[in-house]
Design a protein around this ligand. Structure first.
Ligand SMILES: [Zn+2]
Length: 341
């Protein structure tokens, strides 16, 4: 299932009025994560190294590249076909920039253990689907893959440390690794990119690790859960999308000294750098549980379920988003400091 395209299908059924594309966190969220990290590493050895590797791009700019690369179409000989559609991608829409995205997608399209119904490998790197009943991320449980968001953050870190990318990833150099890392550290903090709810035909949650995985229960990260009624402005959207969007108060211009102080207070994770993504995913999973808390779901109709959000859901979401964006920015900076002390 193509989450990216799936969103547009769902959207076109309900309304043509929503402006935002389905970029995970949305470009605004990724820009904010990058901006926080840019400010936290400013003046350090990590900032010098990162800037040299990225050819002068900021982390804020780099943070959307992995989503921009989704504009490459494997059925059109890996041509980039989204020019002009996403303003945040404009900096990559040069002949050299498009060739770079095309090359990445060509190497990361069919390299994973991809089933015929599954989307391009690189599009799957952005998430994992751990059942919300689990209390931690553990490789091998339902929804995890050797090419999921946890694995790819570690893989990009290996490349930045001068080691080869573990299979199945193809990350050609440090520049590509850092372009990817700045994005994926954002995604691994988006609750619905890590924690998943699996629902039966009646809309009752099931535990796929107990009952066995049934594709019919897979909500595709909440992309197949449509909000039918709410006192907030989410009607007609899918649940995943409401979590990708961030409020205007959390965009880059609001990254001020108070917010940076919160980011500086985020504790460095324990263990080796390569162990951090699983630790972060476990924390994000707990946030996903909060995201599903109190939600009731209607029976499955076609491919989708329905839900209505509690009145207080908007404020719950905002506080979780702020916390997660802060952690993502802080941890991206911590990882870069760890690589280049
Ligand atoms: Zn993403």
């Amino acid at each position: 299932m193509d989450r990216f395209r799936g969103f547009f299908i769902a959207l076109s059924l309900v309304s043509a009025a929503f402006p935002a594309p389905a970029f995970a966190w949305g470009p605004d969220g990724h820009h904010t994560v990058g901006a926080i990290a840019d400010k936290l590493i400013a003046g350090s050895n990590a900032a010098t190294e990162a800037s040299a590797i990225l050819g002068g791009l900021t982390l804020q700019q780099a943070a959307v590249w992995a989503d921009c690369a989704k504009g490459v179409d494997p059925t059109k000989d890996y041509a980039y076909t989204s020019a002009g559609q996403y303003p945040e991608c404009a900096i990559y829409e040069t002949p050299a920039g498009e060739a770079e995205m095309s090359d990445f997608v060509r190497r990361n399209d069919t390299n994973c253990a991809r089933k015929p119904t599954e989307e391009s490998c690189h599009k799957q790197y952005h998430y994992t689907d751990v059942a919300m009943q689990r209390n931690r991320y553990a490789a091998g449980s339902t929804g995890t893959r050797d090419d999921d968001i946890v694995a790819v953050v570690a893989a990009a870190t290996h490349v930045l440390n001068g080691e080869p990318a573990p299979l199945p990833f193809s990350i050609k150099d440090k520049r590509e690794a850092l372009l990817l890392l700045t994005h994926y550290v954002g995604d691994i903090h988006q609750p619905l990119h890590v924690g998943a709810i699996y629902l039966d035909a009646q809309g009752k949650p099931v535990d796929p690790d107990s009952t066995g995985y049934d594709p019919a229960t897979d909500t595709r990260g909440g992309n197949q859960i449509i909000i039918v009624s709410a006192n907030v402005n989410y009607r007609g959207q899918n649940l995943h999308h409401t979590w990708d969007e961030i409020p205007a108060t959390m965009t880059v211009s609001h990254v001020d000294s108070a917010w940076l102080a919160q980011a500086r207070a985020v504790k460095r994770s324990r263990g080796a750098l390569y162990d951090w993504p699983a630790i972060w995913a476990t924390e994000t999973l707990a946030q996903a549980r909060l995201a599903f808390n109190g939600l009731k779901f209607g029976p499955k109709g076609g491919t989708d379920w329905t839900t209505s959000l509690p009145v207080s859901y908007g404020s719950t979401m905002s506080s979780i988003k702020k916390k997660q964006l802060t952690k993502a920015g802080a941890r991206l900076a911590q990882l870069l400091h760890g690589l280049w002390p």
